[in-house]
Design a protein around this ligand. Structure first.
Ligand code: UD1
Length: 418
């Protein structure tokens, strides 16, 4: 396994350009399964999750070619309709193949998914939605087996919670189902719009309305298409928080700043000095940061994927803060590790109480999930002395080799095997 050795009280200078979004790229790669024709994708991030998704699609018979600045996926010939535990356990997004396979072939078998260890993360909303389109499921020996009698047929589906993955799964399946589907209480995350925009380029007829409603008119066939993956709002937000924590002048570029409104308004409320433009955010030095109360919520609310990072920042602010986690029930695993670095955070049920004004000190810590890992990196960068972060494979799933990307901009981050 790898670990990171990070020198604290780090410098940070210049700017960073943000690459394509992992959470957008994964469902978009899967959408190639819906079509006989080639899907060409640009701006894919270089991440383990993207490689795992390529492996998963190849195991089904997809032909994937890496070009200089793009990836071509062709799913004309599918040889297998079963996803194996070994790939699926590493990546929860594997569940997204269910909808496209059922829509195109009427059958699919997938091992129950893994991914980050944040709560129980069931798939009932995915299955109930696909059932409404005409699929039937049995769960046997850790596998979900789905079948469709003739073909999927459009329907009206109201989600009990705006699950991102379930919205994507149902939207993809409905693209080539017979007739019209309406998804109510759908997730409205920008990644959903990016997927819809790619599918529409492939010939789908999807309309996203503002109030959580997605309307899809099924088509019989999809065509070849090119798509550029939108920039990663979570990676962008992470680096904005890093610059505020280190109190350095820095710029985060090639982003859609409107996607980060919940974060930037929270940071401004804390006293951060930000210059927000359409495609960039400039962070300037601030004199004082105050504690605030926030809660995570589906988009456009505060993203759960930035909760661990802002918690690290809150430890440095003057005054106390609170975070209520409304999306995942077990997403405070970074708290004991942040406390090892000198933070003082207590958790009661779904609320974390963060005591401010802490002076963080380097320590050995353990990464537990993707966003938790990066919050430890941020805390280590601002701490006094050296920190060691173990089990960084979680981090590699969502951040391109951070020792290179951030390492170029001032901080000293070394990777070693142990
Ligand atoms: C996606 C993101 C993840 C982000 C999350 C919430 C990807 C690859 N991952 O995950 O980074 O943290 O959105 O913004 O895009 N739930 C159920 N039943 C279901 C599905 C979900 O109870 O069938 C629950 C989950 O356990 C969780 C909540 O709904 O508590 C939100 O999950 P969901 O929006 O589905 O997240 P993911 O799509 O897994």
């Amino acid at each position: 396994m790898d670990r990171l050795i990070i020198k604290g009280e780090a410098d940070l200078r210049g700017s960073i350009s943000i690459k394509g979004s992992k959470n957008s790229a994964l469902p978009i790669m899967v959408s190639a399964l819906l079509s006989f024709n080639t899907l060409r994708l640009k701006n894919l991030p270089k991440l383990d999750d993207i490689n795992n998704m390529s492996k998963l699609l190849r195991s089904y018979g997809a032909i994937i070619k890496s070009r200089k600045d793009s990836l071509e996926i062709n799913c004309e010939k599918i040889i297998n309709k079963e996803a194996y535990y070994d790939i699926v356990r590493k990546m929860r997004a594997s569940i997204l193949i269910l909808g496209p396979l059922l829509a195109r072939f009427g059958e699919a078998k997938i091992s129950l998914p893994g991914g980050c260890a944040i709560g129980t993360r069931p798939i009932d909303i995915h299955l109930e939605g696909l059932k409404k389109l005409g699929a039937n499921f049995v769960v046997e020996n850790g596998y979900v087996i789905g079948q469709v009698r003739e073909s999927l047929v459009g329907n009206q589906i109201t989600l009990p919670f705006p699950s991102v993955g379930a919205t994507e799964n149902i939207m993809m399946a409905a693209t080539i189902a017979k007739g019209k589907t309406i998804i109510e209480n759908a997730a409205m995350e920008p990644e959903i719009s990016d997927l819809a925009s790619c599918l529409n380029k492939m010939g789908a007829r999807i309309k996203i309305e503002k109030n959580g409603i997605i309307k899809i008119i099924g088509v019989t066939k999809l065509t070849k298409a090119n798509h550029k993956i939108m920039s990663d709002r979570i990676v962008a937000g992470t680096y904005v928080i890093a610059a505020v924590m280190l109190n350095k002048k820095f710029e985060v570029k090639e982003i859609e700043s409107t996607h980060l409104k919940a974060l930037t308004s929270s940071l401004k409320q804390m006293g951060a000095n930000l210059k927000i433009r359409k495609n960039s955010i400039q962070i300037l030095k601030s004199t004082n940061l105050n504690g605030i109360k926030i809660q995570t919520a589906p988009y456009p609310g505060f993203p759960t994927d930035l909760q661990a990072q802002i918690m690290a920042l809150m430890s440095l602010a003057k005054g106390n803060s609170q975070i209520k986690e409304n999306i995942f029930e077990n997403r405070f695993m970074h708290v004991p590790e942040l406390n090892r670095l000198g933070a003082k955070i207590k958790v009661k049920k779904d609320i974390a109480y963060i005591y401010g004004n802490r002076k963080l000190k380097g320590a050995q810590v353990m990464a537990s999930d993707l966003r938790a890992s990066v919050s430890l990196v941020l805390a280590a960068l601002s701490a006094e002395g050296e920190s060691v972060i173990n089990r960084v494979y979680h981090l590699d799933r969502g951040y391109e080799k951070i020792e290179n990307t951030l390492g170029k901009l001032g901080p000293s981050i070394k990777r070693e095997k142990y």
